[in-house]
Structures are given as C-alpha cells and as structure tokens.
Design a protein. Structure first.
Length: 128
C-alpha cells in the first residue's frame, strides 16, 4: 500500500487507482487516495457500506463497518490457497450457494470449516 501511495502522489491523483489486497487496509486505501478496491464477494456488502460511509465523510462509520468484516478478511487472506479454499466457503452460505472443490486445491480441515461457519454466521446472509 505504501507503494500505491507513492504512485498516487507521483501522478498528483490524476490516475484513478484501485487496490486489491482482498479488502485488507480498506479504509487506509481510501485515506491515501484510492478510488476503490477490487473486491472478493464474500464480504462485499460490508465493504460497500464502509465505502458509502467514507464517501459521506463518516470516517468513524467507515471504520466501524470495516471492523465488522475484518476478522473474516484476515482469516481468508492467509494466502491464495487459503483464500480459494475458505473464501468461497464464507461466500457460499451467505449467498445460499453450495460450494464445490476442483482438484488440485487445498482441502478444508475441520478447524478451518468451523472458523468459516462462525464468520459466516457472524456476518449473516447477504441483504436482499
């Protein structure tokens, strides 16, 4: 993210920058001048609420919305294999979708599944 801040500064903000990092440092990305993030769908409703609060100038509300999703984000972002294995398992129950694996892929273990179920329950279903 520090490098992105340098890019934004070097281009005087003329280049609309979107970061990825799977929602990590969501609010700090806005603080350095990112126009948005490329998001995974598992917590997108929380990220959108945080972004909307940010756009309204409600920094505390943006931080609070981000804090609600952060434990799940940190869990899924332990690496790409973990994200692919458990990120979809976080998204599936929230969206009412069944999840399937394709080989070769990291297979979930009971500890990871338990954590994912807890995070999905904490976040709740996607709003309709």
């Amino acid at each position: 993210m520090v490098e992105i801040a340098g890019l934004i500064a070097a281009t005087d903000g003329r280049l609309p920058v979107f970061n990825r990092r799977a929602r990590m440092e969501l609010i700090d990305n806005f603080r350095i001048g990112c126009k948005g993030l490329i998001l995974a769908p598992d917590c997108i409703d929380y990220a959108v609420r945080a972004y909307e609060a940010w756009l309204k100038g409600d920094e505390a509300g943006a931080e609070a919305g981000y804090a609600e999703m952060l434990p799940a984000v940190v869990f899924t972002m332990q690496g790409l294999e973990n994200l692919i294995c458990y990120g979809k398992r976080l998204f599936g129950p929230r969206a009412g979708l069944e999840i399937h694996d394709r080989a070769p892929a990291l297979r979930p273990n009971e500890a990871g599944l338990a954590m994912t179920r807890r995070f999905a329950a904490d976040l709740g279903p996607f709003p309709t």
